[in-house]
Design a protein around this ligand. Structure first.
Ligand code: FE2
Ligand code: FE2
Length: 310
């Protein structure tokens, strides 16, 4: 089989369309299949929830943490897919009167992201049915999308590539043998990844296309904007880690003192930074694409900014 990244550009759009048609799935028929969440299962695998970091918690409490994080996982994806879809629709404009296969690839990408947002709303509601009340996710997806789309397309696409690449890692984490892992969540990872693999290819094609139109100064500004976007994502993760830690403390069924509550908050943040920032940035393809577009000095600027988010 020919690796897709060695194909000429036009063929890569065509291959993305073919794969998109082949793997297409339905929320109810393929992913949910009439099932309900069972709280005797973990929702996120240990490799994503970083269960081992929550050193003061019992196994049952760590499982509850993985369920809280599972609900936040659905909400974070619902959030980022709002701006990703808006950017894809905007980019499709460049292909209206050009390559119709590239246009079809982006239309399918957009359609899939709308479906994924519906899937994640469904998952959020299904988890709400089985977990204690009081969970909060107070981030406005539209307000975030407006702010993100205020940055250059290069910066938004670089962030999007990071996000869409890490769904592969999340899927591979979820297939590790673990009898305690929720079968529904395992399927969420599997089906989401099936369509995200095409998205990552399209992000890369569009990023390289947009990059070719930039001057060196514009690209240098875009690198700064990417750093600003990652910092903004981190701000959302910090707020949500605190909200989820408060929810855990309020509903775990035992007293948690201030020191332990702060440790739980810090562990939530570490897990979220791993899930939504570092796991994609460390993806080999992300490094390869980025270093083919920017200077070593710009790459170091990005790495230095990321190193502060530990
Ligand atoms: Fe998605
Ligand atoms: Fe996607």
């Amino acid at each position: 089989m020919i690796a897709i990244d060695t194909l000429p550009e036009a063929k890569r759009y065509a291959r993305a369309v073919e794969s998109s048609k082949r793997v297409r799935w339905d929320i109810e028929k393929d992913v949910i299949r009439g099932r309900r969440f069972d709280t005797s299962h973990k929702f996120l695998p240990d490799g994503l929830s970083l269960a081992g970091e929550f050193t003061t918690l019992s196994p049952r409490e760590r499982r509850f943490v993985s369920q809280i994080q599972g609900r936040t996982y659905a909400n974070i994806f619902g959030l980022v897919e709002r701006f990703i879809n808006a950017k894809v629709l905007e980019l499709s404009h460049d292909h209206w009167f050009g390559d119709q296969v590239a246009l079809e690839a982006l239309v399918r990408f957009s359609d899939e992201e709308l479906k994924h947002q519906a899937l994640f709303r469904r998952i959020d509601a299904m988890i709400g049915d089985v977990l204690p009340s009081g969970y909060r996710f107070d981030v406005d997806a539209n307000a975030v999308a407006h702010a993100v789309l205020g940055k250059s397309t290069w910066a938004v696409l670089a962030l999007t590539l990071d996000i869409e690449l890490f769904t592969l890692l999340h899927y591979t984490q979820s297939i590790a043998p673990d009898a305690e892992l929720s079968e529904i969540f395992r399927d969420v990872f599997l089906y989401h990844w099936k369509e995200e693999s095409q998205h990552a290819i399209l992000d890369e094609l569009e990023l390289v296309r947009i990059d070719a139109e930039l001057t060196a100064e514009e690209r240098d500004r875009a690198v700064d904007e990417l750093i600003q976007l990652v910092a903004a994502v981190d701000g959302i993760l910090k707020a949500q880690a605190s909200a989820d830690a408060r929810y855990f403390v309020a509903t775990c069924g035992r007293p948690v003192d201030g020191t332990e509550a702060r440790a739980v908050d810090a562990s939530f943040l570490k897990a979220y930074r791993w899930q939504y920032i570092h796991s994609g940035v460390r993806h080999q393809r992300f490094g390869t694409v980025l270093s083919s577009l920017i200077t070593d000095q710009q790459l170091q600027r990005i790495q230095a900014a990321l190193a502060t988010l530990q």
